[in-house]
Design a protein. Sequence first.
Length: 743
Amino acid sequence: MDVVGKSVLRGDAYKKVVGTHEFAIDGRVPGMLWARLVRAPTGHGRIVSVDASEALAVPGVVSVITAADLPKPMPLYGSVVADQPLLADGTYRYHGEPVAVVLADNDEAALIGAARTRIAYEELPAVVTVADALAHDAALVHDTEGGPRSNVHKAYNYAWGDVGSAEAQCHKIFENTYTFPMIHHFALEPFSVIAWPESGGVQIKSPVQHPFLLRRVVAECLKLELSKVRVVATSIGGGFGSKGYAKYEPLAACLALQTGRPVKISTSLDEAFVTARRLSATVRMRTGFDRDGRILLQQVEADYLMGAYADAGPRITQKAAYVSCGPYRIPNLRTVARAIYSNTTPSTAARGFGMPPLNFALETQMQMAARDLGIDPVEIRLRNLVRKGEQLVPGDIPADGEWSEGLRRAADMLGWDEPLPPGTGRGISIGIKNPIPGSVSNALVKLHADNSLTVAVGTSEMGQGACTVLAQIAAEELGIPMDRITMIMGDTAAVPFDVATAGSRSTVTMGNAVQSACKDVIKQLEDMAKELGLIAADETVQIKGGMVSDGQNSLSFNDIFTRYFSKTQGEVVGRGLYKGEVVAGHPLGGLSDFWEVIFIAVKARVDPATGKVRITKMINVSDIGKAINPLHCKSQEEGGAMMGLGHALMEQMLYDEKGRLRNGSPLDYRIPTTMDIPWEMDSSLVENQDGAGPFGAKGIGESGAITAAAAIAAAVADATGVFFKDLPITSERVWAALSADKA
């Protein structure tokens, strides 16, 4: 292959390095109003009044908008269920919820005006934890008139086999409760959006991952036709799922239509903490093994805390619970997962889409079983791993890789059998997730007469390198140099429909669509050449280096264009469609396109005097099928693993009893820095060309975040003898556990 499989450099790298790359927060539009938000002071309360008199006295402030100034009934939005108001209307449900908007001619005036807007409120009881939400006398986050009195939005059930009958066959059953905290995505680019009236509708410029989904949500919220909402997805300065679904875009669009002027809503890094977070969870897991360490049964109860509004929370809960079996052969399983409201920052998609809590629980269960049964942690996993072609989840696609190969490679690269110094432990874990099932991607490929190419896709570029990888696929198919390919991405008025840029799906689903569009171009060129009599009707052509050849005669694209279109020199437009398999009655709507699987092995040193955990070595091995761009693949997984390190050792959003976020700032919220990364880190890719994507590729990028915490926890347990069931495993918690053990 000429291009695929090569670590082609990113086209946007230089501008990002020198700081000239434009992001949404840099945007300006003539006549623009600057908007800053006035936010709720506690976790739950009734709005008595909003005093804007001081704000309106600030030079440059145009108006202060509250719920009373917006359409009635209050427009609601949401990707799964429309339950979130543009502004808090009568009641606010979380600390930081927007209560009012200050519109001004400049940003400084808007900021001063927001600081001088006063909210009078009557405080209400706040639901902060799973226990709070499920208490029999719990305050309701949403008062469901006429419905059941509960903070549980929805429960999802999965089961196969007979757990009850299998229990009698178990030699050992491990039953534990695990907690996974609220975690912020911490993208360096804050949330920002510009909206303005356009052609009887509205245009929105936003760093959104899913422009077509946002178009639908805004259209439904504001009662507009889809054709009247144009979304332009700008480059994303870090998203990790936080910018997948509507945040401030519906409000900006409404204000733009209401004022007749462009409106820009900007936020700070502090405000991002009260905009989006990962779902936290409490997982109760019961896993039964026979004497040889083979799993016979598993029961899971997973309570996911969504926050004040649903956003993508129900879908995350449902989809994660679907793979609660992990990568293992579990003949008898029963899982119940609940999506629960709370008076906290609304949660949304995050790298791993709900899998990290379940993975941490399951892999810790495996580690406990290995120690108790006297089986090596690698061996116990090998005995339970689903083999290629074997069913994982009944009714879905079988295992699509030789996963034991990746597990063994990770162990070998770590030096699994090497002796360890005192105070050091090793751990290993496996992460798995499925992409968005039954999804749709379209692509347009335009071949121009000068042998250049335009590729139009709905995929958003958010740092994962999709613009480079999709261009590589087109370059390989048509034999056109990378520097002659232009990518158009994420503009709903210029590119065809794509479901989302999420779930590690773009290389597979959009990659297939691009490949299909290229094949359409080739077919049209072949037909044109045969129609002109330049190639025999029964010959098959080959495309390479901008030439069409039947083995004897060779013609350049330009030759064919000139002869076929005359002097007008038109273009050939190829259309490609990828559509995942939709299955009626399937709990997720369709089959998985592939399984995303990673193996992480870790060595960790624990200081007993301080409880400090230091990762001395980390190995990532990914079952990738085919790496279109190997450097991209390794970088993605290593970045994900660093997020998982943060999950494991330090990250946690902390709320008080009033539902106020206490560490919602870059100074107070701890994430890994260069001082925390492993002393030694290495990555490897298992490439067996067995994926559903172009050239046998599978998706990558999320799974490092799914299972790094489990591997680190296993290494800490190996070093200390203590199994930690609550994340993060802070120095304080380790020190306290070791001190208690000594006592």
